[in-house]
Design a binder for this molecule. Structure first.
Ligand code: SF4
Length: 207
């Protein structure tokens, strides 16, 4: 399959000066429009509108965020791309890396529920992943997101095979009304067996 790459994207927020919430050091969080999932407690529903936000090229984004270059370099931080689903924007990520060079850390907050070709194409320009795994039980996952998790498992397995499991943090949420503490423990167990070593177990906030 040919990976389609476009180097323009809709972005609904650029948040500066975030400290260790989206990766190491001082980061700027850039959130793309467009997401394949429909999570019941999504906090970024505005990202579902693919025509929302503002159109950026990698160059216009780079010009805007480079104001914090000194912070990025001093703290080993950089830009974290979220959404929505940042791995739908591979062409943008690659071009952005070419502009910012190798000293900024580029991290994605992703569900990994995208075509494997996209994950494999993006991996060359990324330093880290924050993976929101939802729940490893396929029925719970589908009830909560509206999609099955087969691609998530395939992509996570592939990423772990590339080495350095420390670059992948897997977020395992307690999801009110959808999973139990035992379900979360089961997910952690399965993930450890796959080779995941960095976890963020947390409670979803419902608004
Ligand atoms: S993956 Fe994230 S942005 Fe997409 S629906 Fe779920 S919570 Fe919302």
């Amino acid at each position: 399959m040919v990976v389609m790459e476009k180097t323009e994207a809709r972005i609904f927020a650029v948040s500066r000066h975030r400290l260790v919430t989206d990766g190491d050091g001082c980061t700027t969080l850039v959130t793309f429009n467009g997401c394949p999932l429909r999570c019941k407690y999504c906090l970024n529903k505005s990202s579902w509108n693919e025509d929302g936000g503002r159109v950026y090229t990698p160059q216009t984004l780079y010009e805007e965020v480079k104001i914090d270059q000194l912070y990025f370099l001093a703290t080993h931080g950089g830009v974290t791309f979220g959404g929505g689903e940042p791995l739908l924007q591979v062409g943008f990520l690659k071009e952005f890396r070419a502009l910012c060079g190798n000293q900024w850390k580029l991290v994605v907050e992703t569900s990994l529920n995208v075509a494997s070709e996209l994950v494999q194409a993006a991996d060359a320009v990324l330093d880290g992943y924050i993976v929101d795994i939802k729940d490893m039980n396929p029925e719970i996952y589908e009830a909560y997101t509206g999609k099955n998790n087969a691609l998530v498992l395939k992509n996570l397995e592939w990423l772990l095979q590339q080495g350095d499991p420390c670059r992948i943090v897997v977020r395992v949420p307690h999801i009110f009304d959808f999973n139990t503490d035992q379900d979360v423990a089961n997910s952690m167990e399965q993930l450890k067996a796959m080779g995941v070593i960095c976890f963020d177990e947390f409670q979803y906030i419902i608004r």
